[in-house]
Design a protein around this ligand. Structure first.
Ligand code: TRP
Length: 334
């Protein structure tokens, strides 16, 4: 609890270009939650280097992601928006937690297995202990809730286990975080393969709408989206391509899928795809304008980065000192 409010922590990686799926499925929800909780929204740049990165690109993308958080509507005066690498406590707590995490637990992480298969030439120890750094992120701020996608559930479960193990040994040190799963219907699928999630690492660029895509590109991708030959304007799993487009249209226009079906019943897919394109463009345009504005206002962004890093550091240090004391590190001489 901070000032009587429950604490929320979440983070995103700055690798790859963010997609409409990241925005509608995650970022937009974060904005909704931001009034209700004391929020920490982190750009997890330390996680990013578990896969080889070009330094200049990583730096640029991390800043763009932070600007995007703000552009999406997260006020940096009310939400702690910061870079993981600016707060040394993440690495320090991660080290300690490493000593309370079993290799057997890490061996079971499906994301580690997937990523090591994908990057077989660079299976580094950081990739292996990635979930422990994530646990440190969350526990450092005594987070009550963590909004994540289903793909991160296993990591969150591990976080809870580590926290419970630690608490059992040393008393009530960590808050046990709960997962906060986003509303159903916000999961956006690939436009080319609607059985898979829209992903920033999709090899087929037509499958994903990127947040920085220009209107022509958005429209082209929507028109090319895979549908079916059923010719029925229905919202059902048997027509995953159409269902996904209905979801996108509904979230972008703020109506329910049933409203959308009623609006387009009897109309052709072609006409609907154009409407989807327009709805997406109307969401992305103001977002892109806001990002451009922020990227020009260096002083404002820098001030927000500095203030929030200090704020995060304050809360992180509080937890870290407590943990260091519990495990037996000598007190600091003041
Ligand atoms: N691993 C998360 C992802 O790839 C990102 C992340 C890092 C995170 N630390 C976190 C999410 C802490 C929630 C809480 O999506």
């Amino acid at each position: 609890m901070i000032d009587g409010k429950k604490v929320l922590f979440s983070g995103m990686q700055a690798t790859g270009s963010l997609t409409l799926g990241n925005y509608l499925g995650a970022l937009k929800n974060w904005v909704t939650l931001s009034g209700e909780y004391e929020c920490f929204y982190c750009v997890v740049d330390m996680h990013s280097i578990t896969i080889r990165q070009d330094p200049a690109t990583l730096r640029k993308r991390a800043r763009a992601l932070l600007a995007l958080y703000i552009a999406a509507g997260l006020d940096p005066k009310k939400n702690c928006i910061y870079y993981q690498s600016h707060v040394s406590g993440h690495a320090e707590l991660a080290w300690i937690l490493n000593c309370y995490t079993y290799m057997g637990e890490l061996n079971r992480m499906t994301q580690f297995k997937d990523k090591s298969a994908k990057h077989a030439d660079n299976i580094n120890a950081g990739l292996y202990t990635y979930p422990v750094l994530m646990a440190a992120d969350i526990l450092l701020y005594q987070a009550d809730v963590v909004p994540v996608g289903v793909d991160q559930m296993q990591h969150l479960e591990l976080t809870r286990n580590i926290a419970e193990r630690f608490n059992k040994l040393y008393g009530d040190v960590f808050t046990i975080p709960e997962v906060y799963l986003g509303k159903v219907g916000a999961k956006i699928m690939s436009l080319q393969d609607p059985t898979r999630k829209m992903s920033k690492s999709d090899e087929n660029p037509n499958g994903s709408i990127y947040l920085m895509d220009d209107p022509d590109t958005v429209m082209r991708k929507c028109k090319k989206a895979v549908t079916d030959s059923e010719g029925c304007f229905c919202y059902r799993p048997e027509q995953p391509g159409l269902k996904n487009l209905i979801d996108i249209y509904s979230v972008c226009t703020g109506q329910t899928p049933a409203d959308t079906v009623a609006e387009f019943e009897g109309k052709g897919y072609g006409e609907f795809k154009v409407a989807v394109g327009e709805a997406v463009i109307s969401v992305l345009k103001p977002l892109q304008a806001e990002v451009a504005k922020l990227e020009k206002d260096k002083a404002y962004l820098d001030a927000a980065i500095k203030e929030n890093a200090e704020k995060a550091q304050y809360y992180a240090t509080k937890t870290l000192r407590k943990v260091q004391r519990k495990v037996g590190f000598p007190d600091r001489i003041r």
